[in-house]
Design a protein around this ligand. Structure first.
Ligand code: GLA
Length: 670
């Protein structure tokens, strides 16, 4: 199977989405000139060019693309060629309205934007496959082709009748018979029992709460239905060009796809990433998305899209202060990216995204943005030695999209508790301590991790529960957040409210009641070494069995109940945290658990705001702070050389605001 190495071939790929169909041909020549100037290696062509390639059903207009690919090739720019299937042309919706998605109320979602297709529509699938096959037949042998990019940010939903038929087929495969489905969905509740398959529909708009089993399965189904669209195109491409890797770009932390299942079907995993320059936690968020993407990829990955400046889809769209675009690009490389790309090459003059920045902005080649794009291209060339290396991590956060799906339904103890909020808080606490963290699926082999953190896994399968128990029994350290292990795979509450095995592992006799907290409400808790801290979102009337309390709630109804407990189990240790501790306390707590588990940060003694990550033998230092920082270096007899400047450093380095160094041991430069 081809992989990312077949595209990188020892270089960090650099480029972006290139949409020449939006420009007269005279501009194309200028594009190539500027790409060369900027150090661009690779561009993604054709993401939304279906209407140009197939102006009417069955017609083909490929000549312009022939010329584009040849021009790029002559200019030394390689191509990641996209199938255009994320945006069907108007003729499809007009002639085949059944390809258009319908929302929960049955309202048609029209063309005139993009992504207007129903993943279950045989007509859409058939047209998508044919244009894909024709593209592969025509360009499979093109010398500039390095990668295929299928669709774009898969994530549409549809509730139409075709989807209903497809959903039923999917359910038959999952359950075999209706009895099993009725049992799994708990249809004895509210007279929801199904007597025939034809009665089953997607969870459409209804009077009151939707059946949670039905809603959860519909999310599973939708991810699978979209994945079928991807794999059909992938297979057509792979059959024609078995040596060219295939990818599709994920939205960051996007709830609509089971990222683990999708990544397993890709040769190369890629993601789009747009942190808000005004968000004080943007760097932590970026690190989270990068860690998750690397973990799903099982190695190096592609940053398929980021912005050179502002996006256009926030209320207020902020440009990036000088140095931030470079800092975030190199952060991605530090955390495993072997490609740094943008949306998009040249800023559009028309269309919905004309105020979204580009590598070549409206201000043109003499702009500061383009100058910085060129500087970054030159620097990435110096990072060739890093390509293909691993990011070693001995801590893992467990994440399962199915559990997330189960938590987004109404009728729960608190609508304030969100999986994303908890993931971000816990990951940030580890990131701020410079403990490099992977993500892992709850069924994954955890034995190599010294620390496993579970911010929240409301839904845990039997297999996952056994996995967690075996991990701790065998000497692992588990830190588990509240409202975990509550439901089984069908979203049925486990006897006792929290699974018996998990309670045994955590040393909990009973969780008598959940006491969620209001927005703005906080509890106070206190522990010997944790001191006093606030907790938000959640609290519990928790009664331990074998666990020792680490911190107790002070005041209020739950005065004296444990907020944090710690339990010896087998040869390992399991912690349980029944609230969301304020950031300093969560950091202290996870830091202590890591320390006890023998885990050290990437570098000791780092000043606040400085991120350190090892990639193979290379030490990345990134100053996210707004003031200069001095970083003591680990001893190396002949010092370390910054790959970006070629300068040697010995005992310590000074990093200005937003500065980055990539320090190499001398032997790696021999
Ligand atoms: C996504 C899409 C791009 C573009 C950008 C804008 O990542 O894939 O086509 O719309 O957003 O930020």
């Amino acid at each position: 199977m081809p992989d990312l190495n077949d595209a990188t071939r020892g270089r960090v790929l650099y480029g972006g989405d290139y949409n020449p169909e939006q420009w007269p041909e005279s501009v194309w020549h200028d594009d190539i000139r500027l790409m060369r100037r900027a150090g661009v290696t690779t561009v993604t062509v054709g993401v939304f060019s279906w209407a140009r390639l197939e102006p009417r059903p069955g017609a083909r207009d490929f000549d312009w693309l022939d010329r584009v690919l040849d021009l790029l090739h002559e200019g030394g720019i390689e191509v990641c060629l996209a199938t255009p299937t994320a945006s069907p042309p108007p003729w499809m919706g007009s002639r085949h309205p059944e390809t258009l998605p319908r929302d929960e109320s049955g309202t048609v979602v029209w063309y005139g934007s993009r992504n207007q297709f129903c993943a279950s529509s045989p007509v859409y699938r058939d047209h998508a496959l044919r244009i894909t096959e024709d593209l592969a037949d025509r360009y499979g042998g093109h010398p500039g082709l390095r990668m295929w990019h299928v669709g774009n940010e898969y994530g549409t939903h549809c509730w139409c009748d075709e989807t209903a038929r497809h959903f039923r087929r999917w359910l038959r495969t999952r359950y075999g018979g209706l009895d099993a489905l009725n049992e799994a969905w708990g249809t004895a509740f509210w007279s929801q029992r199904y007597d025939s398959w034809e009665e089953i529909i997607p969870p459409r708009r209804a009077q009151y709460l939707i059946n949670p089993g039905q809603a959860l399965d519909f999310r599973r189904f939708t991810s699978d239905a979209l994945l079928e669209c991807f794999t059909a195109e992938r297979d057509a491409l792979a059959a024609r060009t078995p040596h060219i890797p295939v990818t599709t770009n994920f939205h960051p932390l996007f709830i609509g796809q089971d990222g683990w299942a999708w990544a397993a079907e890709e040769d190369v995993v890629s993601v789009d990433l747009y942190p808000d320059p005004k968000d004080p936690h943007a760097a932590a968020y970026g690190a989270l998305v990068q860690d998750l993407t690397r973990s799903q990829a099982g190695g190096p990955w592609v940053l398929m899209e980021q912005a050179a400046g502002p996006v256009n889809w926030r209320g207020v769209n902020h440009p990036k202060p000088h140095g931030l675009m470079r800092l975030w690009s190199l952060q991605a490389v530090a955390r495993g990216a072997d490609a740094v790309c943008f949306f998009q090459w040249r800023q559009s003059r028309q269309g919905g995204e004309k105020f979204h920045s580009g590598m070549v902005p409206h201000a043109g080649e003499h702009s500061r943005t383009f100058a910085r794009v060129g500087e970054l291209g030159a620097e990435l060339r110096e990072l060739a030695p890093v390509v293909g290396t691993d990011v070693p991590a001995r801590a893992a956060i467990l994440h399962d999209w199915h559990s997330w799906w189960a938590t987004v339904q109404d009728g729960r103890p608190s609508s304030l508790v969100s999986c994303e909020r908890l993931l971000r808080a816990w990951h940030q606490a580890l990131w701020e301590r410079n403990l490099t963290t992977d993500f892992a699926h709850p069924h994954a082999d955890l034995t190599d991790y010294a620390l496993v953190a579970v911010p929240q896994l409301y839904l845990l399968t039997d297999e996952a529960l056994d996995n967690l128990a075996a991990y701790v029994r065998g000497g692992g350290t588990l830190v588990c957040g509240f409202f975990t292990g509550v439901a089984d795979e069908d979203d049925r509450v486990r006897p006792g409210g929290v699974d018996r095995r998990l309670r045994g592992l955590l040393g909990i006799r009973t969780v008598h009641e959940w006491w969620p907290l209001d927005e703005g409400e906080a509890l106070t808790a206190e522990g010997a070494w944790l001191g006093a801290f606030h907790g938000t979102l959640w609290s519990e009337d928790l009664e331990p069995s074998t666990a020792e309390p680490v911190a107790r709630i002070k005041g209020g109804e739950l005065d004296g109940r444990p907020a944090v407990i710690r339990n010896a189990y087998g040869t390992g240790t399991a912690w349980y945290v029944s609230t969301l501790p304020e950031p300093t306390a969560l950091r202290a707590l996870l830091g202590r658990a890591a320390e006890e588990a023998g885990l050290a940060p990437a570098l000791p003694g780092l000043p606040e705001g400085v991120e350190a990550v090892w990639r193979g033998p290379y030490l990345f230092l990134l100053n996210h702070g707004r003031t200069p920082a001095v970083v003591p270096l680990p001893s190396a007899p002949s010092g370390r050389t910054d790959l970006l400047t070629g300068r040697a450093h010995h005992t310590s380095v000074r990093l200005d605001r937003f500065a980055v160094m990539v320090l190499a041991p001398p032997e790696s430069l021999a």
